[in-house]
Design a protein around this ligand. Structure first.
Ligand code: SF4
Length: 688
């Protein structure tokens, strides 16, 4: 049998595992291990194992679609481009919004950012990082001057104490879970804090179950105990940090004594003392978190708290230490790096910085200039503007995102999107959002393209082409370049390959300056910052100094604040949402993977055994979940593994969409919604 093996990078989570796609007769038919990957050493999780199954699905988009009289009709590319150019040329720049994609490559995110700011001249560009880790970008940038995971995945295995909070790492980033087990094998302790006793919690030496929304109080308590016992790293604080006195005053307040934080969080005081001792006295201690920390109205405060703890104990710029934000989608780090955010060009160069603005304006050479030197709308603001000020935003271009399932309070989001005059969606399947579009453009998937993606540990790795796209589907960057040409900007998008685009990125982006395809093709690839061609890349950030101009880390004194919506008589439980092992985000790929979909074919709500008994609810029974924003019917999963008073729902399933229920209250700084805590009522469905 004539099989070909094409090495590529996983299209699901931010771990960045590498595997081979198996190709037979020009079609992808399976996956196989790629042993030389330093990230996963040939192993993958179930999502990686079956990452070929959606590639050749019959329902892949194959031709452009234009909606006429409420129905999609097949169209030619020329018809689609002509309509898009006519519509977008008719809008003022401020009336156009663009959503880029954490699932597509760096090159494609860069191309769309250039289309938005250069051709559409709008400042309104964002992507789904807003919904998962915008608080990481803002919080870590405020603390260290750089908003990314500080250490490498490999480095976790070196740690003598691994503290995980708000991340079910063994399910969501399973191959990072292996490094945690390696740390344990090397004598490290594992502390796990989460409302659910997950498979990660079951491996922990200390499990602290807490009520969603108590994070800042927990961190202040741990830091207060560390200072009271003299376990802080006095030298690190004296030489490398600012703000210690204010932090100390805050965390030593009686409010944050273990007995008082037990009342806020539900964690027994003795457990808090033990955790503080293990973290404070370990030779090295790493902190891992994910959306359990970030998706709150105090998401930025939560992230700053993680940085506070690691600076206090001198665990920044050190092997086995760090603040390790585990990014969700395969290229969410890269989409941020590429400036698919409303305030920055590539490499976090601020749009409002005159020097950065001029650099991009000059390099791009648009004859009629680029967008205003101003910040644009975040995706959450776009949706609110659409809902509240119909007509202010008229046209929207979305590449590879599915806000009709991923946004909070979906009823509100649907109402908002109906107020658009014109919506273009570029994707590989007809998603819930594409159904709303006026024009749908069929795109190639990861297995059909060359490009790069940047994993959670800032490692920039390659995708390689294994087969042709189906039907008339095209590469995302090609589509973008052809839309730009239809708008009259062919010269600015005259790339012949993804490599041409990458070279343009490297030229304009200091942290990517030293990268090119030849260097990235090696199994180990490169971690940014990599400022020169002879630079080896940077697996650990902030060694010797932080990225702020004065080199200091900034400690922030933070007061604990409760979630925007807390339980009451009418809605007596806390609802929290998250992911499960077999599915990924809005399920557009995993639910089209036969094996993964068979494993978990629909959603559920986890209910504590005692709560279920009190409500008269049995396992697997269909129950009604309602909040102030919506109602869904969903199967119950009765379990002792969730805290009493808390309900958990995975958010992948359109037929029982958790986001019908979630709250769109936002963090005031980064505008992330509070997906992780709202008030919910659960009822038995009465027979008619
Ligand atoms: Fe893919 Fe993440 Fe699984 Fe690795 S851990 S195979 S990157 S989904």
């Amino acid at each position: 049998m004539d099989l070909k093996y094409v090495q590529t990078t996983c299209p699901y989570c931010g771990t960045g595992c590498t595997f081979n796609l198996v190709v037979k007769d020009g079609k992808v038919v399976g996956t196989a291990p790629y042993q030389r990957s330093p990230v996963n050493e040939g192993r993958v999780c179930p999502k990686g194992t079956y990452a070929h199954e959606f590639v050749n699905r019959e329902d892949r988009l194959k031709v452009p679609l234009i909606k006429k009289n409420g129905k999609f009709e097949e169209a030619t590319w020329d018809e689609a481009y002509k309509l898009i150019a006519e519509k977008f040329k008719g809008y003022k720049p401020s009336e156009i919004a663009v959503l880029s994609s954490a699932r597509t490559s760096n090159e494609e995110n860069y191309a769309l950012m250039k289309l938005a700011r250069g051709a559409f001249k709008t400042t309104h560009i964002d992507h789904c990082a807003r919904l998962c880790h915008s608080s990481t970008v803002a919080g870590l940038a405020a603390s260290f001057g750089s908003g990314a995971m500080t250490n490498s995945i490999d480095d976790i295995a070196e740690s003598k104490c691994v503290f995980i909070i708000g991340s079910n790492t063994f399910e969501q980033h399973p191959l990072i879970g292996r490094k945690i087990m390696a740390a344990k094998k090397n004598g490290g302790k594992l502390i796990y804090a989460d409302p659910r006793y997950t498979c990660t919690g079951k491996q922990a030496d200390l499990y602290m179950q807490f009520k969603s929304g108590a994070d800042v109080a927990i961190f202040n308590c741990l830091m207060g105990e560390i200072i009271r016992n003299g376990w802080e790293d006095k030298e690190w604080i004296a030489t490398r940090a600012k703000g210690f006195d204010e932090l100390k005053e805050m965390v030593l307040r009686d409010d944050y004594l273990p007995e008082n934080v037990e009342k806020i969080s539900g964690i027994p005081a003795e457990q808090l003392r033990t955790a503080a001792e293990w973290i404070g006295t370990a030779e090295s201690s790493t902190l891992l978190y994910s959306m359990g920390i970030t998706q709150h109205t105090v998401g930025v405060d939560n992230v700053k708290s993680t940085a506070n703890l690691q600076m206090l104990t001198g665990n920044i710029g050190k092997r086995g230490g760090g603040v390790n934000a585990l990014r969700g989608q395969n290229n969410v780090q890269g989409a941020c790096d590429m400036g698919a955010l409303p305030v920055v060009f590539t490499g976090y160069q601020k749009v409002i910085d005159p020097a950065a603005y001029k650099k991009f304006e000059d390099a791009w050479g648009f004859p009629d200039g680029i967008c205003a030197a101003a910040n644009g709308y975040e995706v959450t603001t776009m949706v609110n503007v659409l809902a509240d000020n119909p007509g202010e935003l008229k046209g929207m271009y979305i590449m590879g995102e599915n806000p009709m399932l991923s946004d909070p309070d979906l009823t509100h989001a649907e109402h908002a999107f109906k107020n658009l005059d014109f919506l273009v969606v570029q994707d590989i399947f007809l998603t819930e959002t594409a159904e709303f579009a006026d024009v749908v453009l069929p795109a190639a998937c990861y297995a059909e393209k060359v490009g790069t993606q940047t994993s959670t540990e800032r490692r920039v790795q390659m995708w390689r082409k294994a087969q042709d796209p189906p039907g008339d589907a095209k590469l995302d960057w090609k589509i973008i370049a052809e839309v730009a040409a239809a708008m009259g900007y062919a010269d600015q998008f005259a790339w012949e390959s993804a490599e041409d685009i990458f070279n343009e990125i490297a030229e304009l982006t200091p942290s990517y300056h030293g990268m090119n395809y030849e260097r990235l093709a090696k199994p180990e690839a490169l971690h940014w910052p990599c400022p020169a061609l002879d630079h080896p890349g940077t697996p650990i950030l902030h060694i010797g100094k932080c990225a702020h101009p004065d080199g200091k880390g900034v400690m922030h004194a933070l007061e604990w604040k409760p979630p925007a919506e807390v339980p009451d008589d009418e809605y007596p439980f806390i609802l929290t949402t998250g992911r499960i092992l077999f599915h990924w985000h809005t399920g557009s790929m995993t639910r089209r993977s036969e094996t993964l979909d068979k494993e978990v074919p629909t959603g559920f709500v986890e209910i504590n055994t005692e709560d279920a008994r009190a409500l008269g609810i049995k396992d697997k029974e269909l129950v009604r979940a309602s909040t102030r924003r919506g109602v869904i019917d969903v199967p119950a999963k009765v379990t002792r593994d969730i805290m009493k008073g808390v309900m958990f729902m995975p958010f992948h399933f359109a037929e029982c969409a958790a986001n019908r229920l979630t709250n769109n209250a936002l963090d005031p700084i980064c505008k992330i919604p509070e997906f992780k805590a709202c008030a919910v009522k659960i009822e038995k469905i009465q027979e008619a």
